[in-house]
Design a protein around this ligand. Structure first.
Ligand code: BEZ
Length: 211
């Protein structure tokens, strides 16, 4: 199944490193991140899972539940988690799906046969509390993802959901944001008491509303 932005992510049940889960039950009303890795005991994945575990407080602050996936069985995940904890100086604190039958990988299109017939690529999706897909990124196996960038995207998505603002290129927390085109300037002035800077009628900035 090929998922696109705005689609509702399918539910599934799976074995994981913390036991059997139902995806929707695991997410509850939180935001969600599901990300795939080529395989257990691979170097780039080891650093990615360690980095994600170290950022737990940041994901919690944003009400995001994280779920990883690799196409190996639970017993192999458990041995690998010990290595991740040891080498990355952390404690893996989120489930890793044991997708040895590729069921979830196929559901989310995580196998790209021209890259590898059997291993998953490095894909990541962000889901809103409504289970709608908000972001899809796919990296090659050899490039580790930047999890600070993932948090930045979550911040941007949550600002859009809560305040009708968008974020400009290279935006970082605390910088001015953009008034969404759907809002008239008259309504924007009422909605954003910190002020609206009109550069062009279609390019209007306001200070980050939740700061
Ligand atoms: C990995 O760590 O997953 C990896 C690194 C280089 C090439 C392919 C995979």
């Amino acid at each position: 199944m090929s998922l696109r932005l705005g689609d509702i992510a399918p539910n599934f049940q799976a074995k994981t490193s913390i036991g059997d889960i139902d995806f929707y039950e695991y997410l509850g009303n939180s935001w969600g991140i599901l990300f795939s890795h080529p395989a257990d005991y691979t170097p780039v994945c080891t650093t990615e899972l360690g980095k994600t575990a170290l950022l737990k407080a940041e994901f919690d602050k944003r009400n995001v539940k994280v779920l990883a996936l690799s196409v190996d069985p639970v017993e192999k995940h458990l041995g690998w988690i010990s290595d991740i904890n040891e080498t990355q100086k952390t404690s893996v604190n989120f489930p890793i799906i044991a997708d040895d039958d590729r069921k979830v990988s196929k559901l989310f299109d995580f196998i790209h046969p021209n890259a590898s017939a059997t291993a998953t690529v490095r894909s990541l999706i962000i889901l809103g509390p409504d289970k709608a897909v908000k972001l899809i990124i796919t990296y090659p196996a050899s490039t580790g993802r930047n999890f600070n960038e993932i948090l930045r995207v979550v911040d941007s998505l949550q600002l859009t959901a809560n305040f009708s603002v968008a974020t400009p290129a290279n935006w970082v927390e605390g910088e001015d944001v953009i008034v969404v085109p759907a809002l008239t300037t008259e309504d924007a002035i009422k909605k954003f008491p910190k002020g609206v800077k009109i550069v062009k009628p279609y390019l209007r900035y306001t200070p980050q509303p939740n700061k």
